[in-house]
Design a binder for this molecule. Structure first.
Ligand code: HEC
Length: 130
């Protein structure tokens, strides 16, 4: 009986500690993951608008603006303070360039092309870092 209680207490303590640990891990990644989810939303909305020929809507401009803003935060969100990563910075730079070439006032077909280039830049970084 005593062993059983010890086992139970041990299991309980383990569960609590691992819960605390995974909670801390999730908080640590909350910022980059939030940025990623915002980008996914903006990119998805803009791509379906471009495909369905509704890309003249002002919403495209707002999506472009949001992607630009979020792209500016990627270094701080993905790099631990005081660290450098040349390859990661290269991916971030390439991503920013692809976002900058998207003209939210262009014809839908042109926009669709630019948005595909952006999606490719997302994938390029994910291949190595996600
Ligand atoms: C410079 C690198 C880089 C670029 C560019 C990038 N990502 Fe990510 N992405 C990551 C990393 C790293 C993770 C894993 C983050 C984590 O779990 O802490 C990630 C995770 C994600 C996730 C999962 C988030 C979650 O809730 O777990 C989504 C969705 C995502 N990215 C979408 C995108 C989209 C869409 C783009 C382009 C518009 C993009 N990413 C561009 C590096 C990048």
């Amino acid at each position: 009986m005593r062993y059983f209680i010890c086992l139970l207490v041990g299991l309980l303590a383990g569960a609590i500690v691992s819960g605390m640990f995974s909670g801390a891990m999730q908080r640590r990644n909350a910022w980059p993951r939030a940025l990623m989810n915002v980008m996914q939303h903006e990119l998805g909305a803009a791509r379906s608008a471009a495909r369905s020929d509704t890309c003249a809507a002002p919403a495209q401009g707002v999506s472009a603006e949001h992607l630009r803003l979020v792209a500016g935060d990627l270094d701080a969100a993905l790099l631990a303070p005081g660290t450098k990563d040349r390859v990661l910075s290269q991916y971030i730079g390439d991503f920013r360039k692809s976002v900058a070439t998207w003209d939210a006032n262009a014809a839908c077909a042109r926009q669709a092309q630019a948005l595909t280039a952006i999606a490719n830049a997302c994938e390029a970084c994910h291949r190595d870092y996600r």
